[in-house]
Design a protein around this ligand. Structure first.
Ligand SMILES: [Zn+2]
Length: 94
């Protein structure tokens, strides 16, 4: 049971560089850029103990549905921005 639960841990996913299973470890942010990436909570930094590969893995997966929603909200924001601008224009000219 315990092992099944641990299968989802990125430590058991393959290293993208050497394809080694269970050689990935959580790594500390070294540079300012990495600290920024870590601060967004969208990515976690990993390091491969076999080949020394370092990289990020997304903590969330963006689906097509999420992208659609994002564009929908973007369109609404843009539209309301244009309406506000029109109202302001009229208000300022009269
Ligand atoms: Zn590796």
């Amino acid at each position: 049971m315990r092992q099944i639960l641990f299968l989802r841990d990125p430590g058991y996913t393959r290293c993208p560089s050497c394809k080694n299973v269970s050689s990935l470890h959580r790594s500390r942010a070294r540079s300012f850029k990495e600290k920024l990436i870590k601060a967004t909570k969208l990515y976690k930094i990993y390091r491969c103990k076999t080949c020394g590969w370092r990289g990020y893995f997304a903590t969330i997966v963006i689906t097509k549905k999420d992208i659609k929603l994002f564009f929908m909200y973007g369109a609404i924001a843009l539209l309301s921005g244009l309406i506000i601008r029109e109202i302001l224009k009229r208000f300022l000219t009269t």
